[in-house]
Write a protein that binds this ligand. Structure first.
Ligand code: COA
Length: 287
């Protein structure tokens, strides 16, 4: 996979990020898929990294049908194994129209035959192939909700390690998000990404409204400096915490939910997961 597509501008803060993320920016092209009426509210050149005009897709244009199918392939390749693939109407109603889908893509000639087959790409398709996406939706109170984060970096090899984090960090800047709510599972490896970007306040610890009860609803705050720092290449470390939660300890998690829901207690996840003694532990602070 050798094609270089984009150069980081000399005065951009992106010059401060770790080489692995810069390499991904150079080897991919950003895209956005949304309703055109949303575009004036978005930053299509985050830190000067331009989204090419030909990669700004309108979700109501039929001519992009193939690209929409490929996004669904990306979703199936990433979310399929965790049991949450989306129907196309969910993409459209809950992502593209009210919010947007931002991510990175490459061309078929950049992908191995094996990956092309997984995407079901035929020789006639010469367009962009999405390899990551971040979908966010505005909420009625002015905050945002993170709807989907997907990356197929594990299919693409070591050159693409970091694609998931980079996609969320750049996406937040594109949508101009400060306060973000999100839902993720206690056992999800994506916590490495969310907690690399910022602390997460637990709004719920156990969420029967979701398909998976053991879902965290969180709220995070993002600043430009925090986003750039998250891409420094250094893992963000918790400075202090009150307890380490074992993500398999269901009783503890339900008790935490009761404390949040009935006693109004507030808890903050303050650091990335620690992998120890076959356990995944998360540092938590009581506010
Ligand atoms: C979760 C997902 C987006 C991660 O994408 P990715 O491209 O592999 O993520 P990154 O390479 O940016 O990894 C970010 C960090 O997590 C770490 N990480 C990734 N997978 C890990 C795992 N299984 N165990 C421990 N750490 C892991 C990486 O080492 C990296 O650490 P670093 O910042 O110290 O380098 C991707 O696997 C995916 O699409 N999964 C299915 C959908 C999903 O669960 N989405 C999240 C919904 S909330």
């Amino acid at each position: 996979m050798n094609t270089n597509y984009s150069q980081i501008k000399s005065n951009s803060d992106l010059n401060k990020i770790a080489p692995k993320y810069k390499k991904i920016l150079e080897k991919t092209k950003p895209y956005i898929l949304t309703y055109s009426g949303n575009l004036p509210h978005y930053n299509l050149s985050p830190w000067g990294h331009d989204t090419p005009k030909e990669n700004i897709f309108s979700c109501i244009d039929a001519r992009h049908a193939r690209f929409f199918d490929l996004l669904q392939s990306l979703d199936q390749l990433s979310f399929g194994p965790v049991g949450m693939p989306m129907d196309k109407w969910v993409f459209f109603d809950c992502g593209e129209m009210p919010g947007g889908v931002y991510g990175f893509g490459v061309h078929a000639w950049d992908l191995s035959k094996e990956v092309q087959e997984k995407y079901k790409i035929d020789d006639s398709y010469k367009g962009l192939i999405p390899i990551s996406m971040y979908i966010a939706i505005p909420m009625a109170n002015g905050d945002w909700f993170g709807h989907n984060l997907s990356s197929v970096s594990t299919l693409l090899g070591d050159d693409f390690k970091g694609l998931g984090l980079l996609t969320k960090a750049m996406g937040i800047k594109v949508y101009n998000i400060k306060n973000l709510y999100g839902a993720t599972q206690w056992e999800s490896k994506s916590l490495n990404i969310h907690l690399q970007l910022s602390d997460m306040e637990l709004r719920s610890a156990y969420t029967p409204a979701h398909s998976f009860n053991k879902t965290i609803t969180y709220k995070s705050f993002y600043s430009d400096q925090g986003l750039i720092n998250s891409l420094s290449g250094d893992a963000r470390k918790a400075k202090s915490w009150d307890m380490l939660v074992d993500v398999m300890d269901d009783d503890f998690i339900i008790d935490l939910q009761n404390k949040i829901e009935f006693k109004g207690e507030r808890y903050l996840l303050v650091g990335r997961p620690e992998y120890r003694d076959n356990k995944v532990l998360l540092p938590i602070k009581k506010l």
